[in-house]
Write a protein that binds this ligand. Structure first.
Ligand SMILES: Cc1cc2nc3c(=O)[nH]c(=O)nc-3n(C[C@H](O)[C@H](O)[C@H](O)COP(=O)(O)OP(=O)(O)OC[C@H]3O[C@@H](n4cnc5c(N)ncnc54)[C@H](O)[C@@H]3O)c2cc1C
Length: 459
């Protein structure tokens, strides 16, 4: 039987069990920096602030438990993708965007080294990222993507033919792949919990079960009291729309995942995947997967893309239709898995800005800052954001504070029902484009997908 929800597989199947909850806020207090949200962004910011300035009083307020959001639910791709890089190249020039990309490449190593330094065992395997093409149109996009990445300085990326691809991972119908070393497989929740513990060792105050109901310059209000601080940092990503005044800032995009039961050795011998690369594809409604440390496949993709009124899911529970669709996708990739037991299914939200550009910002006059809008590439980017927020709060001008994503402003999403209609039409178009490309073997991206990209502002 499939466990549906339970926040995520990483929570539901954690052999360490759920750690004791941290105490909520109990009355009014003060801090030097108050951070809203106990995900990677909030915790990396707290960690780096406290490491750089140990006397700083840093408080994190988390509405549920640390890791309740996408940071405790994601696919465990710690990789160098950064949403909006191409637009930043258009806005600020190629050299600036290359600096952002190089900072992201270095961030993958930074997270791995920090985890080792802090004694965090997050099942990290530095096997790189393998993205496969399974149709001629996907292959054309893959080659263009590969060349574009080289132009951004990724000269260590490899382009693989069909046989080389299938020698690494035997994905059915694979016609080619691109592999980059700038990625690692992780257990997302173990990283999150280890990071939260490292923050506490440094003296960061973490309050759980403490929802922030209002954010204003120099204060964060909760039902249990107000924290006053010169700096108030919003690190709520996909949940941002639930904050007053933020309804149309970042759209909470849904992403859903399934895991198989641990696979027998004979199945692994057929599939390969000895390098434990993170695995993705070049479909418009793309998938992402990892071989977990305990021998399962965890695979994700787009189910119901968006809920009317920017609502979020109920502890990760996922529609049966989405579980069926992801299971079909799994067996399309790996026919040997037909009939495999799906043990867990869950969903989460990620933050999508109207121009699909991740940002990190601080307004020094109000002391309000924020970071996010990573569009599904936030596992590593949140670390870079945390280090950048540190420098912005400390008032230092550094290599990080001059990156092109700093203080980028974006227009708001359309009001409902246009938001809901637009996102659903967009993903219907992507699904149809994927279907046509598979059915017709067209060698180029269908006009429908190009149109959808143009309208959405995605590229
Ligand atoms: C299913 C899924 C798969 C993904 N896979 C990948 C992947 O493989 N690789 C990758 O790079 N990215 C992936 N992502 C995206 C990535 O997980 C996120 O970008 C990243 O975790 C964002 O971290 P965050 O701290 O900004 O947000 P979150 O982890 O969402 O944390 C925000 C926190 O704020 C809290 N909060 C919200 N509102 C309030 C409030 N009012 N008061 C107090 N607390 C509040 C929430 O409870 C939550 O804990 C995935 C996302 C999902 C949903």
């Amino acid at each position: 039987m499939t466990i549906n929800g339970g926040i995520s597989f990483w929570h539901a199947a954690d052999p360490g069990g759920t750690p004791p909850a941290r105490a909520p806020l109990t009355g009014d207090t003060t801090a030097d920096v108050v951070i809203v949200g106990g995900g990677y962004t909030g915790l990396w910011t707290a960690y780096h602030l406290k490491t750089a300035a140990p006397d700083l009083r840093v408080t994190v307020l988390e509405q549920k438990t640390c890791g309740y959001g996408a940071s405790g639910r994601n696919g465990g791709w710690l990789y160098n993708g950064i949403a909006g890089r191409d637009r930043y190249a258009r806005l600020h020039g190629l050299p600036a965007a290359r600096r952002l990309q190089q900072a992201m490449n270095a961030t993958v190593t930074e997270v791995i080294e920090t985890a080792a330094k802090e004694g965090i065992d997050a099942d990290i395997h530095h096997g790189g990222v393998l993205e496969v093409a399974r149709t001629p149109a996907q292959l054309a996009r893959l080659k263009a993507f590969h060349e574009a990445e080289a132009a951004f300085g990724e000269t260590d990326r490899l382009l693989l033919g069909a046989a080389e691809t299938r020698a690494r991972i035997d994905v059915a119908d694979a016609v080619g792949a691109t592999w980059t070393p700038h990625g690692a497989r992780i257990h997302p929740l173990k990283l999150l919990r280890g990071l939260a513990a490292a923050c506490e060792r440094l003296g960061v105050t973490l309050h759980e079960s403490t929802p922030v109901t209002a954010l204003a310059p120099r204060r964060a209000t909760t039902p249990y009291g107000t924290v006053r601080a010169p700096f108030v940092l919003r690190c709520t990503e996909g949940f941002t729309a639930s904050l007053k005044g933020q309804k149309r800032s970042w759209l909470p995009m849904n992403s859903s995942m399934i895991t198989t039961a641990p696979l027998p050795e004979a199945t692994w011998q057929r599939i390969g995947w000895d390098g434990a690369e993170t695995l993705g594809d070049m479909a418009h409604a793309y998938m992402y997967a990892q071989r977990t440390a305990d021998g399962r496949i965890a695979l994700g993709g787009r189910g119901v893309p968006y809920r009317f009124g920017s609502r979020t899911d109920n502890d990760g529970s996922t529609s049966p239709a989405t579980v069926t669709a992801l299971t079909r996708l799994l067996t399309a990739f790996f026919p040997a898995l037909a009939g495999v037991e799906i043990t867990h299914a869950w969903s989460g939200v990620l933050g999508v800005p109207r121009d699909w550009c991740a940002t990190v910002s601080l307004d020094r006059t109000t002391g309000l800052g924020w970071a996010g809008g990573y569009v599904g590439s936030g596992v590593a980017a949140s670390n870079l954001a945390g280090r950048t927020l540190r420098d912005l709060v400390l008032g230092d001008t550094t290599e990080l504070t001059t990156l092109p994503w700093v203080n980028h402003r974006v227009r708001r999403w359309e009001p409902e029902p246009f938001r809901w209609l637009g996102v659903h039409a967009l993903y219907a178009a992507y699904r149809e484009a994927d279907r046509r490309e598979t059915a017709t073997h067209t060698p180029t991206t269908t006009p429908l997908a190009r149109l959808a990209n143009h309208i959405s502002g995605r590229h």
